[in-house]
Design a protein around this ligand. Structure first.
Ligand code: GDP
Length: 320
C-alpha cells in the first residue's frame, strides 16, 4: 500500500526521480493515481523543479493514428537528443486495461530506452478526474527532467477538449476516409488545435481533407499576431513528415515563449488545478464522499419544503 509508506521516503523518491530513475518516476505516478496522502508532500517537493518540459497534447478520433504518431514522435525526439515522457490517459474508463498506449506493442521499441518514460493512467472515476490527476502526473514527468511530455487521450468523448486544456501545444490528428472533414467543425476541434495533422497521407483523400481543413480554419476570426495553426501531412506508420511535425511543434513552443502565451496558459492551468483540488476538498467535508452528511440533511429539508436551497447553501458555507 503506497499510502502507508513513511514520509521519509518522499525526498528520497523525488531525488531519485530527478536523477532519472525510472522506477522512482513510476512510483511517484502511482502515488498520484492512488491519490495517496503523501501527494501533498510530493507536490511540494516537485514544485521547484517543474516548468521545463514542453507539454504536447495529441488528440483525434480513435483509429486516426495517435498511438503510431506518438511512437514515431518519440523516435524523432530521441534522435534530437531529447528526454521524453509519454502519458496516455483514459478519462472515459475506470479500467487501466491492455488497450492503453503504454502496453501497446508499438511502444515496445522505446521500452528499454532510459530517456523515455511511458506511462498509462486511468482516472479511475475519481472526483475531479482528469483535471486533478493528470496535471500532477505531468508535473512528475516534468520534474524528472523530460524535455517534452506527450499526452495522449485514449477513448472518446469530451476528452479531446480536456487534453487541450492540459497541454502547451495541442495537436489534432485527422485522417482521410474517417468522415473527419465533416465532423471536425461539430466536435469543436477547430478551436483547440495549435497544429493540425493530416495523417495517413498515403491514402486517397488526404489532399482534399487538407484543403477542407484549411478553408474551415481560414473562417476563424483570429486577431492580429495570433498563432495560425499549420497543417502538416504525415504517414506516421512510415515515419514520413515527422521531422516537419516536430519542427512545427518547436516553432509553436518558441511562439508561446516569445508572446507570453506560455505563462498565460500555465497560469490558467494552475487555476483549474487549484479549483479542482479545493472543490474536491469541499465535497469531502460535506460528506459527498463518505456516507450521510450535513449536505444530505439539508437536501432532505429542502425536498420536504422545510428550507430553501439558498438558505441551505448558506448554512453549508457557514459550517466551514
Ligand atoms: P489511434 O487509435 O488513434 O491511436 O490509432 P493507431 O495509431 O492505433 O492507428 C490505427 C491504425 O492505423 C493502425 O492499424 C495503424 O497501423 C494505422 N496507421 C497509422 N498511421 C498510418 C498511416 O500514416 N498510414 C496508414 N495507411 N495507416 C496508418
Amino acid at each position: 500500500m503506497t499510502g502507508r509508506r513513511s514520509t521519509g521516503d518522499v525526498p528520497d523518491l523525488v531525488g531519485r526521480a530527478r536523477d532519472g530513475d525510472a522506477r522512482a518516476v513510476a512510483r511517484l505516478i502511482s502515488l498520484v493515481e492512488d491519490q495517496s496522502p503523501l501527494l501533498r508532500e510530493v507536490m511540494a517537493a516537485l514544485a521547484p523543479h517543474a516548468g521545463h518540459a514542453h507539454i504536447v497534447g495529441i488528440t483525434g478520433s480513435p483509429g486516426v493514428g495517435k498511438s503510431t504518431s506518438t511512437s514515431a514522435l518519440v523516435g524523432e525526439l530521441r534522435r534530437a537528443g531529447k528526454r521524453v515522457g509519454v502519458l496516455a490517459v483514459d478519462p472515459s474508463s475506470p479500467f487501466s486495461g491492455g488497450a492503453l498506449l503504454g502496453d501497446r506493442v508499438r511502444m515496445q521499441e522505446h521500452a528499454l530506452d532510459r530517456d523515455v518514460y511511458i506511462r498509462s493512467m486511468a482516472s479511475r472515476g475519481h472526483l475531479g478526474g482528469l483535471s486533478w490527476t493528470t496535471p500532477q502526473a505531468l508535473r512528475v514527468l516534468d520534474a524528472a527532467g523530460c524535455d517534452v511530455v506527450l499526452i495522449e487521450t485514449v477513448g472518446v468523448g469530451q476528452s479531446e477538449v480536456e487534453v487541450a486544456g492540459l497541454a502547451d501545444t495541442t495537436l489534432v490528428l485527422l485522417a482521410p476516409g474517417m468522415g473527419d472533414g465533416i465532423q471536425a467543425a461539430k466536435a469543436g476541434i477547430l478551436e483547440i488545435g495549435d497544429l493540425y495533422v493530416v495523417n495517413k497521407a498515403d491514402r486517397d483523400g488526404a489532399d482534399t481533407l487538407r484543403r477542407e481543413l484549411r478553408s474551415m480554419l481560414a473562417l476563424a476570426d483570429r486577431p492580429e499576431g495570433a498563432w495560425r495553426p499549420p497543417i502538416v501531412k504525415t504517414v506516421a506508420s512510415k515515419g514520413e513528415g515527422l521531422d516537419e511535425l516536430l519542427a512545427e511543434i518547436d516553432r509553436h513552443g518558441e511562439w508561446l515563449r516569445e508572446t507570453g502565451e506560455l505563462a498565460a496558459r500555465r497560469t490558467r492551468r494552475a487555476r483549474d488545478e487549484i479549483e479542482a483540488i479545493a472543490v474536491t476538498a469541499l465535497r469531502e467535508r460535506w460528506g459527498d464522499v463518505h456516507g450521510r452528511s450535513e449536505l444530505d440533511e439539508l437536501a432532505a429539508a429542502v425536498a420536504a419544503g422545510e428550507s430553501d436551497p439558498y438558505a441551505a447553501a448558506e448554512t453549508l458555507l457557514a459550517e466551514l
